[in-house]
Unconditional design. Structure first.
Length: 218
């Protein structure tokens, strides 16, 4: 006869189920209300947990929303890392910048960024502080994964050079994100993706050439 699983394991599993239920409920409410705020009581009712259980996992509704966004953008990070791994294995003669640029071009960032706009809101002319914070958090996480993946794939590369390259590109993404927003209203369509692609190309070429030729150079 098999022994019963330890109590601590059952408790851990229950906590994980509760947390997943809360995050899934928040995602559903965000979709239904197009970003409208909801209360802890509404969230607890949708997740079928007690109000106290919500606070056992999250300090505020905003923290729950942050995890929803992290889930959405986490799939981007996984695809991003996989793209870098696949391309670096197949093109050993390609520069680190070209490899990174290829991974960026192969990754759909427009969809997740448009999602953040819808669920977190904006004032119509620029990203809200919440959107900017979420995008920055996402790009920071991607930076760490990219540095790890690229240094693993290129053990002879100088780690500092890899870190500086990734930091330059990811900081640039924050800048072109605002330009993309201004040009498209953060739409999720082909025209918006075309604008993003042009901005990304501009960023890659600027990183490649540097800024030694002056701020007015094209």
């Amino acid at each position: 006869m098999l022994a019963d699983p330890p109590v601590v394991d059952r408790r851990t599993a229950l906590r994980r189920r509760h947390r997943r239920a809360i995050v899934d409920a928040a995602a559903a409410l965000l979709d239904e209300r197009s970003g409208a705020r909801f209360t802890v009581d509404e969230l607890a009712a949708r997740a079928d947990v007690a109000r106290r259980t919500v606070f056992n996992h999250f300090a505020s509704v905003d923290d729950v929303v942050a995890e929803v966004c992290a889930d959405v953008l986490g799939t981007v990070g996984e695809g991003f890392g996989a793209s870098v791994a696949a391309r670096s294995g197949a093109h050993d003669d390609v520069s680190l910048l070209d490899e990174l640029a290829a991974a960026l071009r192969a990754t759909d960032l427009v969809g997740p960024m448009a999602y953040l706009t819808r669920v977190l809101g904006s004032d119509g002319t620029e990203p809200s502080p919440r959107v900017t914070t979420m995008v920055a958090r996402t790009f920071t996480g991607l930076s760490e994964r990219l540095v790890d993946e690229m240094t693993r794939r290129h053990p002879d590369a100088d780690v500092l050079d890899v870190q500086l390259l990734v930091a330059s590109v990811m900081s640039g993404l924050m800048v072109i994100h605002r330009h993309w927003w201004a040009a498209t209203g953060a739409a999720d369509d082909d025209a918006s993706r075309a604008v993003w692609a042009r901005l990304l190309d501009h960023l890659v070429e600027r990183v490649r050439r540097g800024h030694g030729d002056g701020p007015g150079a094209r």
